[in-house]
Design a protein around this ligand. Sequence first.
Ligand code: SF4
Length: 365
Amino acid sequence: VRHWRGLTMPKVDVGPIIVPFFISHRGCPHQCVFCDQRTIAGSDGSFPSAHEIQEKIARYSAARPGSSVVAAFYGGSFTCLSRQDQLRLLKPLQPLLAVGKVASIRLSTRPDAIDSDVLTLLRSMGVQTVELGVQAMDDDILIDAGRGHTVNDVVRAADVLRDYGFSFGVQLMPGLPGDDRIRSLRSLSRALALRPAFLRIYPTIVLAGTPLAEHFMAGAYQPLTLQAAVTLCKIMLHRCLQANVPIIRMGLQPTADLDNAGVVLAGPYHPAFRQLVESELCYDLVVALLGDGKRTCESVTITCSPSRIADVVGQRRANSERLLREHGVRLAAVRADARLNTLELNVAGPAKERRGTILKDLHYA
Ligand code: SF4
C-alpha cells in the first residue's frame, strides 16, 4: 500500500487511484455514540447502481491513465449488509477485476461482522483489504461508546483475517468518553500487537444529531482540544513510525457536509490535522537537536527533505514563532536537500551543526 501522505513516504509517490464508494449507515445495526455516517460520508444513504460503480471507476481511471485502481467501500459496515446486497456491490467489479481495470477491492466493517463465511465470500469476490472499525482496545470505552463489540472480537477478527490471507487495517478514535492519554496509547500498542498493515486515527469530534452531541450539550462529555489531540496524535504517529506501521489518515477528511455550520459541534476537527501533527514532530526534533542552553535570538538554518519545508516552518509560521518564543531561536532559513529523507533534519547554528532523525533522536514518555 503506497498511497498515503506520511512521514515515511515521499509526497511525490501518488500510488494507486482509490475510487471511494460510501455505503453510509446501511447494514449497521448499531448506533455508536459518535456516529453520524451520513454526515461523515457525505452520502444520502443509497447504494450506487452497477452502472454508477463502473462509470465512476472509468472516470477516475481516465484522470490518471496507467495507474492501478482500487475500489473502496467506506462508511457503514459492509459485512453487516445482507449477502445479496454485498454481492450487488461487488459483482459489477468482477469484469473490471478480470481485465485488470481494477487491481483490488477494500472495504471497512465492524470486528464482530467478520467470520469464515464472510471472508470466503469476500475472497471469492476479489477483496484484499479489510479495515476494522476498532476505535479503542479497551472494553470500558467500547461499552461507553455503544460499540456493541469487545476487544476480544477485534483480536478474533484480526486472527481470522490473517488466516484467510487478507491485509487489514485498524481505525482508532482517541478521545472517546472515558478515554485519556494513557488509555489511548495503550489502545495503540494493543492495536499494533495485532500486526495491522496500516492504521487510521480519527480523534473524536462531536457531530450534531449524535448521542455524543447530547452528552456534550448536557456537560457530560468534553472532547479533546485541538492542541491536546495534536500532542497525543504526535506520540501515536511516532510510535507507529517506530513500529513501521503507516498511519494512512489522521483526522476526518474535510467534506462540504462537515464544513457546514452547526455540523461539527465541538472537538479537534481541523482540515489539515495531519500537517499540524507532523509539524509538531518536526518542531520537537529541532528542539532536541538544538540541545540544552540559554539563547538570545540565535539564528539557525534548518535543512530538510524538500517535501518537509512546510512542516518545518509550521502552519502560519507557527514553528518559527514558537522557536523564538520558547527557545530564543530565530529561524533564519529553511533549505531543501533531496539527500535527506523525510524523517531527517539538519540544524545549523552559529556554534554547532547537528543532524538527526525523528526515529532516533526523539523520545516521548
Ligand atoms: S458501527 Fe460504524 S456505522 Fe455503525 S453506528 Fe458504529 S460507527 Fe456508525
